[in-house]
Design a protein around this ligand. Structure first.
Ligand code: M6R
Length: 457
């Protein structure tokens, strides 16, 4: 009788020894321990007690009792299910000495990248064959549509810039909640990439089902093993970030972009836009990102200082061009979701078409300028906002000379290739958001009004 998406745990007064659980779209697992069982929406919740669990399908009903767990379909027929074993350990879901999960997860990024890419590189070249992606498959797509929500959508936006630049295949990026209701123009010959940490985001799942029904091939880039999106996609690349507990996504974003790079390299090679030597050079750069990120993590004091300059702000802007603009979207979302300071990201060249009127005395503007070819253009936009009273914080290379009259604070990044710079430059943006939230005394890992998995529309 109930409509919508839900998972319920139900107790009956006349069945005091049993717990009933039912899944309707929203994820539900049943953990099986030694003489005890558990219901939860995701594995991290039970891992302290048991690694063994059943993953319930839509419309299935579990009965937990003294004699163990029994699962039934909607017609009351007993269902035989595979007992799964999570390969995460308890440490993975602890804070490991860090003040917050978010900070721990930021520090886990170098390892997460290595875990995600290493098995997909052979002889220095990307190899996604075990995910169902071969050069022939790649050559068959005339258009790529990326669909995702929030941070995952921002990872897709970075992917768009990289794929179009290297492979010259057109890519459009859409928010899943828009895509699913706009009668999208996808079908045979198109690849729809769905990016999701949880693999359970309701809009992304619905968008994927729609794309499949329209005849497109779907590729899921997902972190949570066995999740709905992972199970239903035609092709699947798991990111290996491990459990991400903080609501604000950091390491999941990092590995989503890492996968987008690998995918773009392989696609560019498959369609003949780069040769094997160039592809190897790019893969090597990708393999160097973890060390460069670790370098930043060892010198993060400047991000604390920048954060302390933001806590009194009511509103701020993030600006950039090209890949820096894609990145600034993520920086802005990260800051607003955990610091509760209003912020927008804007393509730097678009400011003069309206948004620049928002600039008032002392309003912080975080400018990202890592793309060499666009640097001078962004600097001239920085001067425009500075002239209107903005307090400018610039994220650029350590060695870049900056005009002290145009920039108030600078975060210097280690030298790295322009194309892969988003993986490096996102780290100070994550840290600035983190420390701003800490300094404001907010609940960093569980910001108000937000859930880790958005399993409702
Ligand atoms: O699990 P998903 O990657 O599908 O989640 C998508 C968004 O809800 C998620 O990225 C959200 O924007 C994060 N809280 C941002 O930090």
């Amino acid at each position: 009788d109930l409509e919508g998406s839900y998972s319920l745990g139900i107790l009956f007064a006349d069945h005091p020894d049993q717990v009933y659980a039912v899944r309707c779209e929203s994820p539900l697992i049943v953990g099986v321990g030694d003489g005890e069982s558990f219901i939860a929406s995701d594995v991290p919740a039970i891992i302290e007690y048991t690694r063994n669990y059943y993953l319930l399908e839509h419309d299935e009903i579990a009965v937990l009792g003294k004699d163990g767990v029994h699962i039934y379909d909607v017609f009351g027929q007993l269902v035989e299910k595979e007992l799964k074993t999570a390969d995460w350990d308890v440490e993975a879901i602890g804070k490991g000495g860090y003040a917050h999960f978010m900070l721990k997860e930021i520090h886990e990024q170098p390892a997460a990248i290595r875990n995600t890419i290493s098995a997909r590189i052979q002889d220095g070249l990307p190899n996604l064959e075990e995910c169902g992606i071969t050069p022939e498959v790649l050559r068959s797509f005339r258009h790529i549509q990326v669909v995702a929500c929030g941070t995952a959508m921002h990872a897709g936006t970075v992917g768009k810039y990289v794929i179009e630049k290297l492979a010259r295949v057109p890519v459009t990026v859409d928010i899943a909640s828009e895509f699913r209701y706009r009668e999208p123009l996808v079908g045979e010959g198109d690849l729809v990439i769905i990016i999701s940490q949880s693999g359970e985001t309701a809009d992304s799942l619905a968008a994927m089902r729609l794309a499949k029904s329209l005849g497109a091939k779907t590729l899921a880039i997902v972190n949570a093993m066995g999740s709905s999106i992972a199970r239903e996609a035609d092709m699947l690349i798991y990111t290996h970030a491990g459990p991400e507990i903080a609501v604000a996504s950091t390491k999941a974003y990092m590995v989503q972009i890492a996968v987008m790079y690998l995918f773009a390299f392989e696609l560019a090679l498959a369609v003949g836009k780069i040769d094997a030597d160039e592809c190897r050079r790019l893969v090597k750069l990708l393999e160097q990102t973890p060390d460069t990120i670790s370098e930043i993590l060892e010198h993060k004091e400047q991000t604390q200082y920048i954060a302390s300059s933001l806590i009194t702000a009511d509103s701020l802007l993030y600006i950039g061009r090209g890949l820096d603009y894609a990145l600034s979207m993520e920086g802005s979302l990260k800051l607003k979701e955990i610091s509760y300071i209003h912020s927008e990201s804007y393509a730097a060249g678009e400011l003069k078409h309206g948004t620049i009127s928002l600039i008032t005395e002392n309003m912080p503007v975080i400018a990202v300028a890592t793309q060499t070819a666009l640097r001078e253009k962004t600097i001239s936009n920085i001067k425009e906002v500075k002239a209107r009273g903005a307090r400018v914080i610039l994220i650029c290379r350590e060695n870049d000379t900056v005009d002290p009259d145009a920039v108030d604070l600078k975060f210097g990044l280690p030298e790295f290739d322009d194309l892969l710079m988003p993986m490096i430059a996102v780290v100070p943006l994550q840290l600035i958001a983190y420390y701003t939230s800490v300094l404001k005394g907010n609940d960093v890992d569980k910001p108000r009004n937000l859930a880790k998995s958005v399993t409702v529309e």
